[in-house]
Design a protein around this ligand. Structure first.
Ligand SMILES: [Zn+2]
Length: 192
């Protein structure tokens, strides 16, 4: 279930939905909703993160200082934007292994919990309560070690898995049209 991804991202203010999706897939993704471009550049480079932006001027600055970045359309299609970001980073498959490893709200790591640990009883305080009806029909839970949010297998994860299958199909199509093995190193990070 828990898998470390080897690419880390930093998404700028316009790309909150993209950032949440990347976290759900298991990618270490910082989202900076209110930061100045200078700060985004600084943190991206210091932490060796691929900076995702829809801002052409910021992207030019990333290239100029030798940082890693991907210029994202930030509009038309979230699926196409994700395909573009992953392709630019040489990722030819997202897979299901990273799902459930990161908190979509804060990027913290998730740890597995038993139903007893997330039950609403005297041992727990109010912010870690899972409704009884959820406890009754689920036996696998995850909790963010940073913000304490609790996750369980729900309808939205089915949609996420469908999205990943869709993405992976497109990623394969993108890089492997003529070969089967070279696609794994066909794409490198955009340098401009
Ligand atoms: Zn969290």
């Amino acid at each position: 279930m828990l898998e470390a991804r080897n690419v880390a991202f930093l998404a700028d203010a316009m790309l909150g939905n993209i950032a949440r999706k990347l976290r759900i897939f298991g990618f270490d993704t910082v989202y900076m909703a209110q930061a100045h471009d200078d700060e985004i550049l600084k943190i991206g480079i210091e932490q060796d993160r691929v900076i995702l932006t829809a801002d052409k001027e910021l992207f030019k600055r990333i290239v100029k200082v030798g940082g890693r970045g991907v210029l994202v359309s930030g509009g038309a299609s979230e699926l196409e934007d994700l395909v573009h970001i992953l392709t630019k980073n040489g990722i030819t498959s997202v897979g299901m292994n990273g799902i459930g490893s990161r908190c979509s709200v804060c990027n913290g790591h998730l740890e597995e919990r038993t139903s007893d640990q997330v039950k609403n009883d005297d041992r727990n305080n109010d912010d870690v309560i899972v409704p009884d009806k959820v406890i009754a029909c689920h036996n696998q839970f995850f909790q963010c070690i940073a913000c304490s949010k609790i996750y369980w297998e729900g309808g939205h994860l089915k949609r996420i898995r469908a999205l990943v299958r869709n993405l992976d199909a497109k990623l394969v199509g993108r890089d492997c049209t003529t070969t089967t093995t070279s696609c794994y190193r066909a794409s490198s990070v955009s340098k401009g």
